[in-house]
Design a protein around this ligand. Structure first.
Ligand SMILES: *Cc1c(COP(=O)(O)O)cnc(C)c1O
Length: 499
């Protein structure tokens, strides 16, 4: 009955799901991955006609047999409830030649809600299974904008937990900043940093691997966990929406059960697209995994040339949640590409740290052939937002537009017109100024207020302003602290009263 997780960097100690979630990152600095792949029969008719909640149970339960069925079903029911504005949770919309999978109907209007709504439940179930006195779980999170708010929202006032979030002050949209700065909860701490997402993520990873700090934490009955996608608790729930989209296409008669579909994912830290790859590993008929990047096209170059090189200029783009040069979850794909060879993997990861780059041999690259990767810059993104609006009356946020633009390049290059799901990761309301500028460049959108912009956007979309956004606009600012990236560890220690 046991199903275990191991680190990408050594055989090490194997843990069940709940314990791996609690730990976040393995002690050797590696990421937890399933020790084996459960088998699924996607040709079975049982998959048809399920609610999102029932389907998500069916996908996730083999990965966490230590959780009782009733507990898992309850967790799923309370994660995917009326907090989502869409009863279908992850609706699929036909837009021109593609099907857009909208993952932004949760409280924070971005796809991070899909997994983070469940994470506190996993952590509480893990604590329930731990005997003896319970330690306080400290969720330490680096964010490029959306993880921070989704994690704050999920963990706010959750008993036995505390959450600390670091976001790049100049690297998020106005709404994203406001969402975090207005967060209520007696256990939440929010800091802007002078630096980018990679700085925040590296600092957090260093803190996780600090043995001395961990010991001091233990003395105070505290342990760190992570809400970032390096936590395997983020990945497993994300597989479910790919399965859901697939069977929605079957239900609509767009494909026959067993037909192959392609998937396009706007990518930053490689977590979302990795979940699609995992779904493919389980047997879901996915053909190409199309990895779409913005001007920070480190992944495009990696897939096309076989060299991962983070030594390059960093761009602040109109799709800020993808402004990342060190995509953590790629490590999990490389682990599979190396045929789970930890020596090879450690060599690559060491090179990335010491030299800033590593390269794969031709053979090693063959495992990556199911991926297609391309990128698009801000100008192409804006043109795509406008075109999609004019042709199909669909308003796409800039992240989704990157995916749509890259899909167009893929079709032009390959001629492959297989049924395709394009993942939409954020609501356009989160990036109102940019979206309006793209749709109608003749107006001076930055001179009017955010509220006026949102209302103009609502008119274009023929939709009212989402309620959680209305609330954020009216809420008082509670968090204003900013620190330098070098000070992140000190800030964490001070916040936790360790110094
Ligand atoms: C986080 C995020 C992404 C990138 O997802 P990864 O899993 O990090 O690749 C893309 N778009 C939006 C809106 C996001 O919030």
């Amino acid at each position: 009955m046991s199903f275990m997780y191991r680190s990408t960097r050594s055989e090490g100690v194997k843990l069940p799901f709940t314990q791996a979630v609690l730990k976040g990152l393995a002690d050797d600095g590696g990421l937890y991955v399933p020790d084996q792949w459960p088998t699924f029969d996607f040709m079975n008719s049982e998959w048809l006609g399920l609610s999102y909640q029932a389907l998500s149970y069916k996908v996730m339960s083999p990965f966490m047999p230590e959780i009782q069925e009733a507990d898992l079903r309850k967790a799923i029911a309370s994660a995917y409830d009326t907090k989502f504005a869409e009863p279908r949770i992850a609706p699929l919309k036909r837009v021109g030649p593609v099907h857009i999978l909208e993952l932004f109907h949760g409280r924070t209007l971005a796809f991070k809600d899909m997994a983070l709504s469940l994470l506190p439940h996993f952590i509480q179930l893990a604590q329930k299974q731990t005997s003896g006195p319970k330690a306080e779980i400290v969720i330490l999170t680096a964010t490029s904008g959306d993880t921070g708010k989704a994690a704050l929202e999920a963990f706010s006032d959750v008993e036995g937990t505390r959450i600390i979030v670091f976001y790049p002050t100049d690297g998020v949209s106005d709404i994203q900043k406001r969402q975090m700065a207005t967060q209520v909860g007696s256990n939440v701490h929010v800091f802007g940093i002078n630096g980018n997402f990679d700085d925040a993520q590296s600092a957090v990873k260093t803190i996780f691997s600090d043995v001395d700090l961990r010991k001091r934490m233990e003395k105070e009955h505290k342990v760190f966990s992570s809400a970032n996608s390096m936590n395997v608790g983020r990945l497993i729930p994300q597989m479910a929406y790919y399965v859901s989209a697939y069977f929605e296409l079957v239900a609509r008669g767009e494909i026959l059960q067993g037909d192959v579909i392609n998937v396009v994912v706007p990518t930053g830290n490689f977590g979302n697209i990795l979940a699609a790859y995992y779904a493919k590993q389980l047997g879901l008929p996915i053909g190409k995994l199309i990895c779409a990047s913005n001007a920070n096209k480190v992944l495009t170059d990696f897939f096309n040339v076989g060299i991962y090189d983070r030594e390059r200029p960093f761009f602040t783009t109109s799709s800020p949640s993808m402004d990342i040069l060190i995509s953590s979850n790629l490590e999990r794909l490389l682990f599979e590409a190396s045929h789970r060879n930890t020596d090879t993997l450690n060599t690559w990861m060491d090179k990335l740290t010491t030299q800033g780059h590593y390269s794969l041999s031709r053979e090693e690259r063959s495992a990556l052939e199911v991926f297609y990767a391309d990128s698009c810059d801000d100008a192409e993104t804006a043109v795509t937002v406008k075109k999609v609006y004019e042709q199909w009356e669909y308003v796409a946020d800039p992240h989704t537009a990157v995916a749509l633009a890259v899909y167009e390049k893929y079709v032009a290059q390959s001629g492959d017109t297989q049924k395709t799901v394009v993942v939409s990761t954020a609501s356009p309301f989160k990036f109102s100024e940019n979206v309006l500028k793209s749709i109608d460049p003749s107006q001076v959108w930055h001179e009017i207020t955010e509220v006026e912009r949102l209302s103009a956007l609502g008119q274009s979309m023929k939709q009212p302003l989402p309620k959680p956004l209305q609330e954020v606009l009216e809420a008082p600012i509670l968090h204003r602290d900013i620190c330098n990236r070098e000070a992140i560890q000190k800030v964490v220690e001070e916040t936790l009263g360790l110094v």
